[in-house]
Design a protein around this ligand. Structure first.
Ligand code: C2E
Ligand code: CA
Ligand code: CA
Length: 779
């Protein structure tokens, strides 16, 4: 079982003391025992000697007295003449004088002749047990013997006249009085045990009510320690008489308590001292161990505190042992190291390790703090959109350095700056930012970053959200910041302020992307190509058409391509979609061709399609599959997209041209392309944006633009097509200005493939168009 240190120390001390106390008691007991034994046996042997002397003296007195009686002349004469009356009166006289308990006259054979105070039968035993011849020869005898079950001290004296004529016997009963006298003299208890045939055992003793067994066992006593008040006896015995008819034994007894009371006292004292010592030991043990365990406990508390991550407090424990102080030092060291390590880990967990600014998680928490204080603030997210190129071009080390520089530049300008993602950052500003400050910040961000001696230019898009105007919780805020940053790509100056409802739109768009993705997985289910015929203003022919995609969403119905095409571009779905379009268009071209209609179909391509390395391979492969020639297909690319990567695009487009495809610059007039650039573009056609065409008949500005564009295109040997022709007047104008092609609702809306041919036939018969074409042809 696990115990406390103080318990262990105190119990150790206490048990040591207990053992010591027991050992002391043991040795005291042994020596006391030995001493007591020696003393008792000495006392007993002295006592026995005295007893025997006293008994001897008494015998002598009795003998003297008997001799006096036997020497009396009158008495002798009475015995010789058998004068019984005289004998009796003399015996009575004598016995009362010496207080004898019995008197008798025996003949020389021991047969009683006259008795006093005792019956004759009692004396019969005398006769049996003794040799009277030798008694007569010796002149008398003295002995102790049982008579009538009692013990008697008997003296016999031969009565001579002058020859022996009889024996005078005088007896004294051994009684308690004698025993008490003996006790007074010896200082020991005296017991006579009388055991005579036909009589109950008689006990004459100075002891209060002892039993014979008890007495006999006290000869070999059990030397135990006694605290009780019962007698603890030790005796020596010797026989006073022993024959077939009975025994008389005497026991001289000493009470051991006398010796042992002192010893008991000593024992008690030792126990008391030992107990006191144990209590003292426990107390000092507890105090001592407290002294040891107190710093240990403190240490335990400190360890617990460290476990909860509190390292700051200096460990202040002063123990009285060097080992413990060493431990404290080691602990302090450990605490410091833990502290350092945790700081490091915390830093790593809360900061971006490349730039050293805080990470997104920490930023969100800090922003939450400001929200909790109900502050108004602005978050600005920056995305370095060309970071990937920078990385590819200069290597990751230099690219990282450029980001570090950017952070270094921005940090003094904003209270809080964090890395938001790979190449995006987010800054916190108090209050609502004004345009001036925002532009200054944008300028700072876009400043060339110096890294490894290189000047690196960042293309940066910035999204702005304000709290609480734009959103009320931190997660939503960060999400809307992402949306704003995304939108910034298409915004003027690449700065976008989050607009109300934008997230909802965003979610909707996400759903569209998801649904489009699953439609693509399902072989373009719900997707269909429509074709819008193009009218040749010079020949009146309708032998070209633009392929325009249609998507009937299972829930939302018709979705405009200018909504989902940009989404497909943003989500990387456009490549698959274009492949699907090329496949459908090529199939359609093949079908028309089989039907004898030579219609050139223009496919709209996104920039991502153009930059795809395998685009041309895919196109040729598909065309081969349906046995379609390149002349049957043309491509349209918007001007604004062409302007994104001018050099690369030129190179790509040249390959398309080499493969035999016609190329058209779509939405011309919206992309601000320069003349020199236009000149170098390997295209065959300019397609004037419908913005300038739809109200051409009414808008003089549009007329100027369209007319000069047509002229310009012709200078560069490019054909011109106008889209968005919605009325005859516009068509006429275009025709007059030499525009080669026209496309628009006035001619035809985009149609499903099966209606196109039919509709073309109908269109051919349209009076106005035909005559216009003829007119133009004449000019
Ligand atoms: P876009 O290439 O400029 O296509 C011409 C758009 O003008 C078509 O819209 C067409 O329906 C519309 N239009 C034609 N004549 C008139 C007219 O007289 N008045 C007016 N107001 N509009 C006219 P649509 O089909 O909604 O397509 C919108 C845009 O979606 C296209 O503009 C094109 O950029 C994109 N798009 C459509 N189909 C595809 C496709 O298959 N692939 C790619 N990459 N983009 C496509
Ligand atoms: Ca187009
Ligand atoms: Ca267009």
């Amino acid at each position: 079982m696990v115990r406390t240190l103080s318990f262990r120390i105190s119990s150790l001390i206490a048990s040591l003391l207990l053992i010591t106390a027991l050992a002391v008691m043991m040795s005291v007991w042994v020596s006391t025992y030995r001493f007591a034994q020696a003393q008792i046996s000495r006392d007993l042997s002295v006592g026995s000697n005295i007893f025997q002397q006293v008994m001897g003296n008494r015998n002598q007195q009795l003998t003297n007295s008997a001799e006096v009686l036997a020497a009396d002349f009158g008495f002798r004469q009475a015995v010789a003449t058998h004068d019984v009356d005289t004998i009796i009166s003399a015996m009575d006289n004598h016995s009362s004088r010496i207080s004898a308990d019995m008197m008798a006259i025996l003949d020389l054979n021991g047969i009683p002749e006259v008795t006093s105070h005792i019956n004759t039968s009692a004396l019969a035993s005398l006769n049996k047990g003794l040799n009277f011849k030798s008694i007569v020869a010796r002149g008398g005898a003295s002995l102790v013997m049982p008579l009538n079950g009692k013990a008697f001290q008997i003296v016999m004296v031969v009565i001579k006249a002058p020859a022996p004529i009889g024996i005078a016997v005088i007896g004294f009963e051994i009684d308690t009085r004698l025993a008490l006298q003996l006790k007074q003299i010896t200082g020991l208890d005296v017991t006579f045990l009388v055991d005579q045939q036909n009589f109950p055992t008689k006990l004459i003793s100075t002891l209060s009510s002892p039993s014979p067994t008890e007495l006999w066992s006290s000869i070999q006593p059990n030397w135990g320690v006694s605290f009780r008040d019962e007698p603890l006896l030790q005796s020596v015995s010797f026989p006073l008489y022993s024959s077939e008819s009975g025994d008389i034994d005497v026991l001289v007894t000493d009470d051991l308590r006398r010796v042992f009371t002192q010893f008991d006292q000593l024992q008690l004292t030792i126990i008391a001292i030992a107990s006191l010592a144990i209590v003292l030991a426990l107390v000092t043990g507890i105090l001592f161990s407290r002294q040891i365990s107190r710093p240990l406990r403190q240490m335990v508390n400190i360890t617990r505190r460290i476990a909860t991550g509190q390292y700051k407090n200096h460990i202040q424990i002063k123990a009285q042992t060097r080992e413990f102080n060493d431990l404290v030092d080691a602990f302090s060291g450990m605490q410091d190291e833990l502290h350092d390590r945790e700081e490091k880990i915390t830093f790593q967990a809360t900061h971006d390790l490349v730039t050293g600014v805080i990470n997104r998680q920490t930023f969100t928490e800090r922003v939450q703090d400001h929200m909790n204080l109900n502050e108004t603030f602005t978050l600005i997210g920056f995305r370095v959109s060309n970071f990937r190129q920078i990385n590819d071009m200069f290597g990751p080390t230099t690219a990282d350095k450029s980001l570090i520089n950017l952070c270094y530049r921005l940090q003094p300008l904003v209270p809080l700056l964090a890395r938001h993602g790979g190449s995006s950052f987010v800054a916190f500003l108090e209050g609502i930012i004004d345009d001036g400050r925002l532009n200054k910040l944008a300028e700072m961000v876009r400043l060339a970053s110096e890294a490894d001696g290189l000047n690196i230019n960042f293309e940066v898009q910035m999204g702005v959200v304000t709290y609480p105007a734009d959103v009320e919780n931190s997660i939503g805020l960060m999400r809307r910041l992402d949306i704003a940053m995304d939108s910034a790509r298409y915004a003027h100056n690449c700065i976008h302020f989050y607009k109300a409802g934008q997230e909802e739109d965003y979610v909707k768009r996400l759903k569209i992307v998801e649904d489009l993705r699953s439609a693509m997985r399902d072989h373009g289910r719900g997707l269909e190509m429509h074709y819008q015929p193009k009218l040749n203003l010079q020949t009146g022919q309708l032998n070209r058409a633009e392929a325009l995609i249609r998507w009937i969403h299972p829930e939302q119905g018709f979705i405009r391509p200018d909504l989902f095409i940009p989404l497909a571009e943003q989500s990387g779905l456009i490549n698959a979609l274009t492949e699907w379009i090329i496949d459908s268009v090529a199939l359609q071209a093949a079908l028309w061709h089989q039907m004898g209609h030579n219609i050139q179909i223009a496919i709209n391509l996104s920039m991502q399609d153009i930059t795809r390395a395998d685009m041309l391979d895919i196109i040729s492969h598909t065309l081969k599959k349906y046995k379609v020639r390149p002349e049957q297909i043309a491509f349209e690319i918007t001007e604004s997209e062409l302007m994104q990567q001018p050099e690369q695009t030129i190179e790509r487009l040249e390959r398309f041209r080499k493969a035999g495809f016609r190329l058209s610059i779509d939405d011309f007039g919206t992309g601000y392309s320069s003349l020199s650039y236009l000149k170098s573009l390997p295209v065959t056609e300019l397609k004037i944006d419908r913005e300038f065409v739809m109200k051409l008949a009414e808008d003089v500005n549009d007329q100027t633009i369209v007319k000069s564009t047509i002229e310009l295109a012709h200078r560069f040997n490019l054909e011109v097509i106008a889209e968005g022709v919605e009325d005859f007047r516009a068509l006429k104008m275009l025709s007059h200005w030499g525009c080669e092609w026209a496309q628009g609702y006035y001619i035809s809306r985009p149609l499903p493939a099966d209606q196109v041919v039919e509709w073309m036939e109908v269109l051919k018969t349209q009076h106005e168009l035909v005559s216009l074409a003829r007119e133009t042809a004449q000019v």
